[in-house]
Design a protein around this ligand. Structure first.
Ligand SMILES: Cc1cc2ncn([C@H]3O[C@H](COP(=O)(O)O)[C@@H](O)[C@H]3O)c2cc1C
Ligand SMILES: O=C(O)c1cccnc1
Length: 347
């Protein structure tokens, strides 16, 4: 695990400034493209290019099961995790359609679903047959945690080999909003009632029951709070650990990371806690409908590009935001300057 503590490259301040100067010369009032200006300046500094591009987008979807599903915390049965893996492999899930629309590379990694599938396109790096029930035990052993982190790092290494301009991680794991909620509470000092949401669609009574389960997880693993790796090990899950390893490794390799929703942002929080120098590599794609997401967004001090009421996961919200980032790059590269277009500048 030598890579885990490796720092990430520092964004190039000179290229940020050059992009800022170019934005000021384009035929529009400075700042008029809002966040589209900010993201392209950040991308220039990260990709170390005057004209950043996002042609090659790599999407890795990590799937795993959660023992805490035994506590009736999801509106869907645990079998859906494996069934959705089959759906990913057959091209029928939301992320398949979005990846195809973007011309992105999509890979599916089994990091520990309960019922293993075999399929030529499935990458199998299983840390177990699902995690243990985190309301009763640590979700995983140290060895399992490292296997799952490594599965994520391997995905980022593949993205790097394929010269990806952008990394997107997705997740699938019934009950993983419970794991993510417990992680938010442990890392950000929050109480379950303010963070817990409906996930796949619990009713009010279901959410209140989920609050009690999250509280039990937090009580059992109190010694782990504030320690990112130990919280991750105790609260789960394998796919959140894989995402954490993937984000960290992508940043170390110089690939900007576009984060999806509520669950993925738990991994982004963990990665930034483990290695603060990875924070500049993060972009938040959207605000999830899961109400607790706002706490992590505030903690990361980043502005999500979209707010569409999405609450799907799989990397779907990140994929939906890619065209906006591409348009930000196209505007930066393609607009005329005031001088080129003979347009008068600001009075
Ligand atoms: C058909 C289906 C497809 C999904 N794709 C992502 N999720 C999302 O829902 C799950 C988390 O919600 P909870 O904690 O309430 O179980 C995760 O698997 C997440 O990726 C799905 C859920 C379902 C049912
Ligand atoms: O925002 C998400 O990623 C999310 C929210 C609810 C259920 N699944 C995913």
């Amino acid at each position: 695990m030598h890579w885990l503590t490796q720092p990430c490259p520092i964004p190039d301040a000179a290229l940020y400034q050059a992009a800022q100067q170019r934005q000021a010369q384009l035929t529009k009032p400075t700042g008029a493209l809002g966040e589209l200006e900010t993201v392209v300046m950040r991308l220039a500094a990260l990709q170390r290019r005057e004209l950043p591009t996002l042609n090659a987008v790599h999407i890795s979807v990590f799937a795993a099961d959660h023992g805490v599903a035994d506590e009736a915390v999801s509106a869907f049965p645990q079998a859906v995790t494996t069934q959705m893996v089959a759906n990913f492999l057959h091209g029928g899930a939301a992320i398949n359609v979005l990846a195809q629309a973007l011309g992105a590379t999509l890979e599916v990694i089994d990091v520990g679903v309960k019922t293993a599938l075999t399929h030529p396109a499935l990458i199998s790096q299983r840390a177990g047959d699902g995690t243990a029930n985190s309301a009763l035990h640590p979700a995983m052993s140290h060895a399992q945690l490292h296997l799952a982190l490594q599965a994520g790092a391997d995905a980022a290494n593949r993205a790097h080999t394929q010269q990806a301009d952008l990394f997107i991680g997705g997740e699938m794991g019934i009950a993983n909003t419970t794991a993510a909620t417990a992680l938010y509470c442990a890392l950000l000092d929050l109480v379950p009632l303010e963070v817990t949401g409906a996930g796949t669609g619990l009713d009010r009574a279901g959410i209140l029951h989920k609050v009690t389960v999250v509280q039990r997880i937090l009580n059992l693993h109190r010694a782990a709070h504030h320690d990112p790796l130990e919280s991750l090990r105790c609260m789960g899950g394998f796919e959140i650990a894989a995402l954490t390893g993937a984000y960290l490794r992508a940043a170390q390799l110089g690939i900007p990371v576009l984060v999806d929703g509520f669950i993925s942002t738990a991994a982004a929080l963990l990665a930034a806690r483990i290695q603060p120098s990875m924070h500049p590599w993060l972009f938040l794609s959207h605000t999830s409908a899961e109400p607790g997401h706002a706490f992590a967004i505030d903690a990361l001090q980043l502005r999500p590009l979209l707010d569409l009421g999405m609450r799907l996961g799989e990397g779907s919200g990140a994929a939906v935001a890619v065209p906006l980032l591409r348009m930000a790059c196209a505007l930066h590269a393609g607009m005329a300057t005031f001088a080129e277009a003979a347009v008068a500048g600001k009075l």
